[in-house]
Design a protein around this ligand. Sequence first.
Ligand code: HEM
Length: 138
Amino acid sequence: MTPEQISMVQDSFKKVAPISDVAADIFYDRLFEIAPQVRELFPEDMSGQKKKLMQMIATAVNGLTKLEEILPAVQDLGRRHNDYGVVAEHYDYVGAALLFALGKGLGDEFTEELKAAWAETYGTLASVMIDAQKAAAA
Ligand code: HEM
């Protein structure tokens, strides 16, 4: 990722942070619409999940400039996802739902350039998690 992409993502996340509850609702509604098969992996009551997800994204977004520092935590997170029944293919759905929620939250400010920067961010996180998951499962 370029430094410009990193600052774009960080600036835009600051705008989403105040509406993170709404953004998380939009995210999960979309996820379960495009991938109903993953609903059963999550608990009935999603309230705790929403906070954790937004906090993790915040940590990742803030850590983009020092990725090597957050890497072990992201790898641990990936390994825990084996226990949740998550497989590599699920990551595409989560990425799509995330971009959708950001688009709703940011409206016109979610330009193609910003979308590409977020796709890079998510792709980076997801590939670290998937690699750690696969290594742990092997
Ligand atoms: C970059 C991608 C992702 C991030 C940052 C993320 C983040 C998190 C976090 C922070 C937790 C809380 C539990 C913990 O820390 O171990 C969690 C749990 C969970 N995640 Fe993810 N996740 C990602 C991808 C996915 C994908 C692709 C799926 C598949 C649908 C998924 C499904 C779940 C499930 C089922 C739980 C456990 C729910 C529960 O039983 O409480 N996650 N995730």
